[in-house]
Every structure is written in C-alpha cells, then in structure tokens.
Design a binder for this molecule. Structure first.
Ligand code: SF4
Length: 743
C-alpha cells in the first residue's frame, strides 16, 4: 500500500473491506482499487502459502490466490495429506470475516473516555510509540521492571507473531514472565511425571488401532482432521469408546459412551488399574523391564475398587469392569486424550494416571498402541528455538513468574511487590478467556494501571486500554508454524499488504525497542530473518526441509523414522528412562502417586449445580470469530444446558430466561433443556463476547481462578452455581454493538 493511501479513516476502510469481500466472490475489481500486493505484478495471479494460526491441533495449510489486487481464492491446501483439502467452517471465509471485518482497527488509538468505555481517538504510530515508551520508562524507573507484565498467549500460535520479538523485548526489559498455564499445563505436567514426554502415537498411526478411547476430547468437532483416521480404523474393525461427562457429537458417534461426573477421571483410571492389576491383565514383562514403582501402585489402587469408583464417578460398577477388561485385552489399544480434564481440580493427576495405563498393559509394544497426546516436542527437537527468543543472550537476570490464570487476583493485589503497573496484552482477550471475569475488569479499571493492547478489534479487553495498536492478520505477515496435534511444519507468506496502518506484532516490539534505546542487533532482524533462522537446524527431522523448500511447497512433514513406536522398548523421557508409576521426587508432598481428591465447595447448598464450560468450537475459536455476523447467526445465542430434572424442580422450561449465579457473578441467558449432561451438572459455552450480550457477562463471570492439582492450570470446571428463572426488563437479544447480535 502506498504511503499516500496509508491513512485510512474507519469509513474508508469499511468501504475497502466491502470491496475486498466482493472481490473474494467476483474477482472483478479494477487493478489498484483495493490493495497493492507484495511480489504480485498487477494482472498476474499469484498463489501464496499459509497456515491457520489458531490454537488448534490441526494447523491446516492453506493457499491464497491474488489477482488485480484482489484475493480471488482462499482454500485449504489439497496437497497436504493431513489438511486434506478442508478447512473447518469458521475458517473457510477467514479473509472477509477477519481481515476485512468492518470493525477492524486500522490506526493506533489513544483512550479518551473512561477505562472500559471504549472511547478512543486516532493517533499516529510514531506519536503513540513515543508516548508508550515515555510512560514505560518512567514507570520502570519508579516501580522496577518487574512491574511490567506481558500478557500474550495463543491468539496466534505461529511462532514469529506469537512471541519471538515480544520475548526478546520483555527479556531485555527485565519484565515479569507470564506462566502460560490456562491450557495444557496440568496435562503436560501429569504426562511428564509418568512418561517424561508427551509425544506418543502419531496421529496417522491411529488407523492401526483396534480399540480407541477418546478421553476428554470432542474430536469430531475440535480435531476434525484426526477424525477421518479414526473412521478408517473403525472400518478396519476398531471399537470406539468416548469418555466424557458431556454427550458430545463425538460421544454420539461412539460404540460406547462412558459419562462420568466432571473431574472424576483420575478415579476412573485408577479403578481400571485396580481391575487390570488384580485380574492379572497386565503385561508383566513390560512392567518389569520398562516401569518403576509397580508395587507401590498396586497397593495404592486397592483403594479404588469398582464400588468406590462407581460412587465417585456416578457410574455403574459393571461399566468400569467391562471397560477395564476390554481395554486390557484389545490389541493394539490406544488412548487419545486431550483438553477435557485439563480444567479440573484433579486434572494433572488424571492425565498422569491415564498416561500410565498403556505401560500396565504393554500397549506401547504394538504399532498404533499406546497413548496419543501432543506432538510439539518433535518440533522442539527439530527447530532452532534459541534463535527465536534469544533468552540466553538477552537475559540479565531471572525475573518472577505471574500465573495467567490469576490475572484478576494479581491486578487487584495491593500487597504484591512490585504491583503490576504496566500491562501489555497481545494475542489475547483475557476478559473473555480467563476465569473470574469481574475481578479482571476491576483490575483493568485501576487508574494507576497503564494498559497497552495490540489487536485486530476493540475487544472487551481492549476497551480498557490506554493505547491500542492495530495488528496484521495471518494474510498480511510472515510466519512459520509448528503444531501440537500433527507433524507438518508450515510457512506463512504475506499474501496482501497490511490493511490500513496495521503492523505485525513483531514490528510493534521492534519499534518500541528502538524507542526504548535497545541497541542489541537482534532487534534489527526482520520477520523473514526470523523465519529462516527457525529452520536453520541440522536435526535429522528437518533433513531437506529448508526455507527454499517451504517457499516452494508451503509445508513439509517432519522426517520422523517410521514406524514411530517411541516406547515399544521403554525409552521414556523420565530421569529413569522408565514409565514412573511412583514419583520419588514428590513423595514428600503427597503427590508420589496419582489420587482422586474430592473438592470441598463453600456454600454448596446455595450453589448446588456444577457448571461445565465448553468451547463453542464450531463457529468460534476461543474468543476469535465471536464478532462475525454470519458465524454468530449460525451459532445462535449462548444458552445454559440444564437437565430436565433440574429444570423441573426450578420451574424452568425450554427457552426461559434464567439467571445463573454464584459468588463471582451472574449471567443472564436462555435455558436449554437437552439431556446431554447428567442431573446436577449444567453446561455453558465459552467464547462469546460479553459486550454483545445484555448483562455483559459470559461464562467466565462465574468461573474461579482456583488452580489445578498439578501444573498451575485453571480448575474452571470446579465451579458451583445456582440457576433461577429471570423476569427481564429487556430482551436478552438486545446488544450494545451495531455489527453483531446474539439472538
Ligand atoms: S481452526 Fe483448526 S481445523 Fe479450523 S482451519 Fe484452523 S487449524 Fe484447521
């Protein structure tokens, strides 16, 4: 885009966005009317490689075709066998939905109203960066560098715009670190304690399995590119079992659905062990050679007899016994576990106990047998990570960690030394996605808190910012992506010039570093330099995978030796090299063996129902896309699912307006009587933007910032509420926003 056309008013931008939208369908705009494109001669169609940036296990490859300054095609890359020519529904129209969304921020903004009001005026980049640097310098001088908290997470999981330059900046500054624990941390911690690594069976190898347990994962909806491999396994005779307290679309497809009460999975796994061990269904040779602590585990699981476990989980004894028998006898047997249990008080130990099951039965010996969890460690070995964050070069001192789960608590903690005085938010929308929404808002309202947000939209979090900087989308910048759910590396090329005055996150931190006087050469590196340096590695997984190769093909499968059977002969990542049933290092704090610990709730009589929150993954991705009109219309208004028994006792009918409440807050929402959850449990989707809802509160207004047993995760599912019928003064479908409406 020429310098002349860079200054866009919101109205002009919306006009351009509409043309861009039309261009996607018609491809008939005159050259130069919309966007000038990098590397694209007007008139010549050019195709660019890209990758989905979402926090999703599938990390799909895409292609963008541009002609006459207009995107003429945007689609999944048909050549990548894992993406297999299919993006999920919410991403098929990503360019017009997000890049050309009429509400996109196109210039830096400075707050002129009260915090939270969302009133801003335009300001130039140069002036805004100068003012932010001045304020930051003064604040660091007065309160110390650890008074600065970066809050960036998985708004993009592509490596350059996620954290490369931002990590360099905050390391150089000496800011507090963010413990990124809202997702994955309890699961990783639990699995690492048992197995020392999370890499197990590779996704494509699930076709070899003959007994598949999907434990805490709604695969058909949220890991859609794994699903065809599961279907193939079923065609070849595999039995599919789903363990989930919620009767998801995946559970409906299964041969068997086991529906325990939320947060009891660890008890179920220990109950299965009780049966497998006591009935001699173990692989004693595997246990002897490749595990540690079997005798301690055997003694421990005597506490988890079928009757006790059935009472904890709300299941029949026979369900637990049959499941244990089937699982132990089937070969190859595979457990695929994912997000479900992470957000529970017992989540860490659930992942740990379940992760031990394949070593009891020797399932790892078979191709397609064992445990499937994450794949990111394979990229961790292959890629050149140190060149990304330059931590060892830049760190002058170790600084404290702040747990992201407790952002509200931290912002309101006046005894914290130093208190958080400056908050940078990028790739994140904590008002929507972090527990205890009202406490976070209270913290963001602090007049002595300086908040800077880098964003695409004025989100519920950005409304509290002192300055907002417009960020580019995945169509507008360089990046490179690993994956936590498959084994393909992807390059992301910019297909169009940045919209308006948007800049990549990396450029924001480059400019701020310069203004702060950081002269280290690493702040001069371009995004292209960074992309090239990430693949500058001689690890055998990257053999033949160079930057030039990725420029030509877009993606590449890591060169992992096949068949990949990481624990057929032990080889665990623990210190002992064995699967550790007993963690000696934790014997003094009561965590040497996985346990079920019942949660005691305060005021449990006042708040008798257990709230489960699930992601609205079909149309939204966490909080992303929840401001896109057609996706909102498809999704419909958020509802609270309540079992008919619980509804009846409260005189609630389907569609009634209700108030869901506890000590943290309340949400006004419609009731949905659909018995996909058990009596005593209610279910609410997360991801909706509060400002689009009458009452301005969503699921996280109710959730706690209580931490999980291991890994410092968020025990969001251990949340008790009451539900009462609500007589409204106005319809819940009213909205404060002109572009969206949850109806
Ligand atoms: S959200 Fe997931 S399934 Fe959808 S396009 Fe992105 S990576 Fe693929």
């Amino acid at each position: 885009m020429s310098g002349k056309s860079k200054k866009l008013t919101r109205r002009k931008f919306i006009d351009l966005g509409i043309q861009g939208y039309a261009g996607l369908q018609l491809a008939s705009l005159a050259p130069g009317t919309l966007l000038s494109l990098s590397g694209c001669t007007l008139g010549e169609a050019k195709t660019f490689h890209g990758v989905c940036y979402h926090d999703c296990p599938d990390s799909c490859s895409w292609k963008v075709t541009v002609k006459h300054g207009v995107i003429t095609a945007f689609a999944a890359d048909k050549n990548n066998p894992f993406t297999a020519g299919k993006l999920c529904g919410k991403m098929e129209t990503f360019p017009q939905d997000i890049a050309f969304h009429p509400d996109r921020i196109v210039t830096p903004l400075k707050r002129v109203g009260e915090k939270g009001q969302g009133k801003f005026e335009e300001i130039s980049w140069m002036q805004a960066i100068r003012e932010v640097a001045e304020k930051l310098t003064a604040s660091v001088e007065e309160y110390g560098s650890e008074s600065v908290l970066p809050f960036g997470y998985m708004g993009t999981q592509s490596l350059i715009q996620k954290s490369a330059m931002s990590k360099r900046f905050f390391t150089k500054l000496g800011a507090s670190n963010l413990s990124e624990t809202i997702c994955g941390a309890p699961a990783v911690t639990g699995n690492l304690l048992a197995n020392g690594q999370t890499t197990g069976v590779l996704p494509e190898d699930i076709v070899n399995s003959r007994y598949i347990i999907l434990w805490g994962t709604n695969t058909k909806k949220s890991n859609i590119h794994l699903w065809p491999f599961i279907l193939k396994a079923r065609e070849q005779g595999a039995k599919l079992v789903v363990i989930d307290p919620f009767k998801s679309v995946t559970a409906m497809e299964a041969d068997l659905h086991i529906q325990p009460m939320p947060d009891t999975d660890v008890a179920l796994a220990l109950g299965m062990m009780h049966i497998i061990i006591n009935e001699g269904l173990t692989d004693n040779d595997y246990i002897e050679r490749y595990t540690l602590g079997f005798e301690a585990l055997k003694a421990h699981v005597q506490n988890y007899d079928p009757a006790s476990v059935a009472a904890i989980c709300g299941l029949e004894e026979s369900q637990i016994i049959d499941l244990a028998h089937e699982y132990a006898k089937a070969k190859p047997s595979l457990i695929r576990y994912l997000i479900g249990m992470e957000h529970s008080h017992n989540g860490g130990d659930a992942f740990r106990a379940i992760g031990m099951l394949p070593s009891l039965t020797g399932a790892w010996r078979e191709h397609g047998g064992g445990l499937m969890h994450f794949t990111y460690e394979l990229f961790g070995k292959a890629l050149n990570w140190e060149r990304l964050d330059m931590h060892s070069t830049l760190a002058e001192k170790e600084t404290r960690f702040i747990n992201m789960v407790q952002l509200g608590r931290v912002l309101n903690n006046r005894r914290l030394r130093p208190a958080i005085k400056t908050l940078f938010v990028f790739n994140a929308n904590p008002v929507v996605s972090i527990p205890n929404q009202n406490l976070i808002r209270k913290g963001l309202e602090r007049e002595d808190l300086f908040t800077v947000v880098v964003e695409h939209f004025i989100t519920d979090t950005a409304k509290y910012a002192d300055y907002i900087f417009p960020a580019t989308t995945q169509l507008e910048h360089w990046d490179i992506a690993d994956s936590w759910g498959q084994v393909y590396i992807n390059l992301n090329q910019p297909a169009i010039e940045p919209i308006g005055e948007a800049k990549p996150n990396s450029e924001f931190f480059r400019l701020l570093a310069k203004e702060m006087g950081f002269t280290d050469p690493c702040f001069e590196e371009s995004d292209l330099d960074l992309v090239k340096s990430v693949v500058d590695s001689d690890h055998p997984y990257l053999e033949g995978i160079t930057f030039d190769y990725l420029m030509e093909h877009g993606w590449a499968k890591l060169k992992i030796p096949e068949p990949f059977m990481p624990h057929a002969q032990g080889g665990f990542g623990t210190e002992s090299g064995k699967c550790e049933f007993y963690a000696t290092s934790l014997k003094n704090n009561g965590h040497a063996l996985p346990k079920y610990r019942a949660v005691r709730y305060r005021n449990s009589r006042d708040y008798p129902l257990q709230l489960m929150t699930v992601k609205a993954t079909k149309n939204f991705h966490n909080s992303s896309h929840a401001n896109v009109r057609h996706l909102i219309e498809t999704e419909g208004a958020p509802t609270l699912e309540i079992h008919s028994k619980d509804a009846l006792s409260r005189n609630i009918s389907n569609g009634d307006l209700i108030r869901v409440e506890n000590r943290n807050g309340s949400v006004i929402i419609k009731a949905r009587l659909k018995n996909r959850i058990r009596p005593g449990v209610v279910l609410m989707p997360s991801g909706f933007w509060p400002s689009h809802i009458k009452g301005s509160s969503t699921a996280n207004a109710l959730t706690n910032d209580r931490l999980t047993d291991l890994g410092g995760g968020a025990a969001i599912q251990n949340c008790r509420v009451q539900v009462i019928k609500y007589e409204p003064e106005a319809s819940v479908s009213e909205t404060t926003d002109t572009h969206v409406k949850y109806t």
